[in-house]
Design a protein around this ligand. Structure first.
Ligand code: ADP
Length: 457
């Protein structure tokens, strides 16, 4: 069912936006049944796993039955590298993408003609929810290539009827030039790269009001309200979250509505069925509780995937005040394997980032440095002091040779206290000079510097 073949965009989007719970459920059930029958016949891996679990496709009659199936983990994609999970002949696969993969071979994903259409549709829907409209110019600063971000946003924006500027990630100088010369209405990129652009604007004393940016569609890595405030203020935009992963389709699995910022992202449930499970037991958790996001594709032709263990930690909830009937997911706290356990307490870097909110003494640039102290892991929080405060400190230093700045000491203490009060950990905060902590150069930024391996060696 295409939602795009009847002329006026607003009307078409409002149709899917106002899908009833009953109709959604019916659609999901029909699609799931078709999907499971297909993989049973077409994908030896699934036939074998179902067989081993004593399950026949007829046991999966509705999404509520999905729990009977085992999870599909990343290792299954690696073991079946490159094409063994495809459910259609290779000659019908019209595009291949890869997710970066940390070690060894990458993960390969394939798309049929229809998959590419669905991909464009969910991204177009996401851009619409983000505030973008036909005729607006979108500066697409997601990386093009094997990464799904660039081409994913590109096709979706074209589908919506936007003018796409396919600049890709990086080339900051040129980004700023085009933002200014083309008067782009919207930009999409990683949140950390949006911070880089904001910082460069300031450095070059470019008046943000001379640009005409209105919207930023940010994703591909975890981010918090703290980053949102900074990006919105510095770029004079409304910034929303877009989430996705190559294994499922790419960006456009879920999207935050521009008028509901901060309340979670709608999952396009007519194509992707979500569950949240306990990261240790795999058992479902109560709605609203955090766990691992598990996703099942309902319409994928080339590479359907059942109960994919995303490793992303979040929660699901039904927003009674939201515009749509789709379920919402909270922001991603982090990937389960990026979670640090410090003196028995779980820690994601996003928790530290959230604490920077409202502390004007610091920039949004921070890094967690993890080391091992005997059997225990230690974390040092490196944060950059903002340039105004740093310059003031330098001036004082030159004038009176005072080696410390009371304001900086106070700011540091305040952050340490906030961390202790909210996370329950006494973390060592190390103040750095402006411009010294790594920034995004166009893509995802790793906020954790893990020195534990090098210490062992
Ligand atoms: P990889 O980064 O593993 O190479 P992808 O490029 O497909 O693979 O990225 C998907 C992953 O990126 C997700 O599983 C998630 O960890 C992260 N991600 C994507 N969008 C967001 C988002 N909006 N918020 C937080 N994390 C995100």
């Amino acid at each position: 069912m295409s939602l795009f073949n009847r002329g006026i965009m607003g009307y078409l989007f409002s149709e899917i936006d106002s899908i009833s719970v009953k109709r959604l459920k019916r659609l999901q059930t029909e699609r799931l049944r078709r999907q499971i029958d297909r993989v049973w016949h077409q994908v030896p891996y699934y036939r074998k796993t179902l067989h081993e679990s004593g399950i026949h496709p007829k046991d999966i009659r509705s999404p509520e039955d999905l729990f009977k199936l085992p999870f599909t983990k990343k290792i299954a994609l690696r073991d079946n590298y490159p094409f063994a999970l495809f459910a259609i002949p290779l000659k019908e696969v019209i595009r291949l993408h890869c997710s970066s993969g940390t070690t060894g071979k990458p993960i390969v994903v394939g798309y049929s003609k229809k998959d590419i259409k669905v991909f464009a549709e969910v991204v177009a829907r996401s851009l619409w929810a983000a505030g973008c409209r036909p005729g607006m110019k979108l500066q697409n600063a997601y990386g093009y290539g094997l990464f799904t971000g660039g081409l994913g946003l590109h096709y979706g924006a074209e589908k919506l009827g936007m003018t796409v500027i396919p600049i890709s990630g990086g080339a900051t100088e040129k980004q700023l030039m085009l933002l200014n010369d083309f008067k782009s209405d919207a930009i999409c990129c990683t949140p950390s790269y949006a911070l880089t652009l904001a910082e460069e604007l300031k450095k070059r004393q470019i008046d943000v009001l001379s640009l005409k940016l209105q919207y930023a569609v940010l994703g591909a890595e975890p981010w918090t309200e703290s980053t949102r405030s900074s990006v919105q203020a510095a770029l004079n935009v409304k910034a929303t979250n877009i989430y996705g992963l190559s294994e499922i389709i790419g960006p456009g699995v879920s999207q935050e509505d521009v008028d509901e910022r901060g309340t979670g992202s709608y999952i396009w449930e007519d194509h992707f069925y979500p569950e949240i499970v306990d990261r240790n037991t795999g058992e479902p958790v109560k709605q609203g509780n955090a766990g691992v996001l598990v996703l099942t594709t309902l319409t994928k032709e080339a590479m359907p995937i059942f109960r994919y263990w995303t490793n992303d930690i979040t929660f699901l909830y039904k927003d009674k005040h939201g515009k749509r009937n789709f379920i919402k997911m909270g922001p991603i706290a982090g990937r389960a394997d990026d979670m640090l356990i410090i003196r028995g307490i779980n820690l994601f870097h996003t928790q530290v980032e959230a604490m920077l909110n409202g502390l004007t003494a610091f920039s949004q640039n921070y890094q967690l440095v993890v080391t091992k102290n005997r059997a225990h892991d230690e974390v040092e929080v490196k944060v950059e002091i903002n340039s105004g405060l740093f310059n003031e400190y330098l001036k004082n230093l030159a004038a009176s040779e005072i080696m410390t700045s009371e304001k900086i000491v106070q700011a540091c203490k305040m952050l340490e206290k906030k961390l202790k009060d909210n996370i329950g950990l006494s973390l060592n905060v190390k103040i750095e000079e402006p411009g010294t902590i790594p920034r995004s150069e166009g893509g995802k930024l790793n906020r954790i510097l893990d020195l534990r391996q090098t210490q062992n060696g």
